[in-house]
Design a protein around this ligand. Structure first.
Ligand code: DAH
Length: 345
């Protein structure tokens, strides 16, 4: 446009451009129109570029008018773009939407496998007449060691084997603490189980973790025998596992039981043939047990001449591994959803 452009020419340019923008039938035509008016060599661009050559008295009026036209053309261009864009979008989304597809279900969580197994253990012991008892995870030395007949120089009391907090407070290293708490506050007959978390500064590997879960059991009455201990555990394992399992009690030592035994199950990974998980022994250790030591009864004020009792501590994580053929305890604590999903219900 020549340097003599005035307001009437701008009016005409505006009218033409608006008409063309609104009638553009597709995106490439729209682009051509844009270049014709607003491109580097577009008519409106030339007007703006030529402003400097106008006499000063015209420059302000034509300049302000030209800028207004530019704004209007840009608005019209945007409107045309969204008209063309939304037309093609609505056509394709109409084609793509299949109303017969099933809906997308929201992801649903489920209980952690350790807690599913703990619940099954609790339920099974309920059937055998045991009730759940509870105790704190931060314990004192009395409940964690002294009441349990564990002497001051015992390796289990070494500060390097425990998570001490302050003075005589520590994170409990075993659920046997709950035995002491229950016997301090109740008189026989007693039949309790105590599931919960315990803590030891063990190096993490396929079968160790610094935090794990135990289920403690205690039965105290007149005339309770080792035979009853064995029968209780056997009945428990038979009910707990739908498949047939063998149990073995191996002589051992715990300060709070006499006699004491380790509890082994036939290795669930190799059916006793011997494998890496059971160190080729065919047996899988799941806990300890024994007859309550008379010193423990004395510590809590129960007459050892009148009463006897048995106790056991089972590894809930170990039983979770045995139930589901999980060869490495770390899977249970990594909380990888792909692992956990296999146990959802
Ligand atoms: N508290 C023992 C541990 O953590 C397990 C245990 C063994 C518990 C024998 C008992 C028991 O009640 O009688 O290794």
């Amino acid at each position: 446009m020549s340097s003599g452009t005035g307001a009437p020419e701008l009016d005409r340019l505006e009218r033409e451009a608006l008409e063309e923008f609104s009638s553009a039938e597709d995106a490439s035509r729209l682009e051509q129109i844009r270049l014709g008016f607003l491109g580097k060599k577009g008519t409106l661009t030339e007007v703006l570029r030529g402003l400097g050559k106008l006499p000063p008295e015209e420059r302000a009026e034509v300049g302000s008018r030209a800028n207004k036209v530019k704004v209007r053309l840009e608005e019209a261009l945007e409107a045309a773009r969204s008209r063309l864009g939304s037309e093609s979008e609505s056509r394709s989304s109409r084609d793509a939407f299949d109303v017969t597809l099933p809906g997308i279900l929201p992801e649903q969580g489920s209980r952690h496998p350790i807690y599913q197994v703990a619940e099954r253990m609790i339920h099974t012991f309920h059937n055998l007449g045991f009730q759940v008892a509870d105790g704190p995870e931060v314990e004192d030395e009395w409940h964690n060691f002294i009441g349990l007949n564990i002497p001051p120089d015992h390796i289990a009391r070494d500060p390097s084997q425990n998570f001490y907090l302050v003075d005589d407070l520590l994170l409990r290293s075993q659920t046997s603490t709950v035995q002491i708490r229950v016997m301090e506050q109740n008189s026989p007959p007693l039949r309790i189980i105590a599931p919960g978390k315990v803590y030891r500064p063990d190096t993490v590997d396929a079968s160790h973790s610094f935090m794990f879960h135990q289920l403690e059991g205690l039965m105290v009455d007149e005339g309770v025998s080792f035979g009853e201990l064995k029968t209780t555990l056997l009945l428990f394992f038979r009910q707990m596992f739908s498949r047939e399992v063998e149990m073995r009690l191996r002589p051992s030592f715990f300060p709070f039981t006499e006699p004491s035994a380790e509890v082994d199950l036939s290795c669930p990974f190799c059916a006793r043939k011997g494998c890496k998980v059971c160190s080729q022994s065919g047996w899988f250790e799941v806990g300890g047990c024994g007859m309550v030591d008379p010193n423990v009864f004395e510590a809590v004020g129960i007459d050892p001449e009148k009463y006897t009792g048995f106790a056991f501590g089972l590894g809930i994580d170990r039983l979770t591994m045995a139930s589901h053929d999980i060869p490495d305890i770390r899977y249970l604590f990594e909380n990888d959803v792909r692992f956990l999903e296999q146990f959802s219900y």
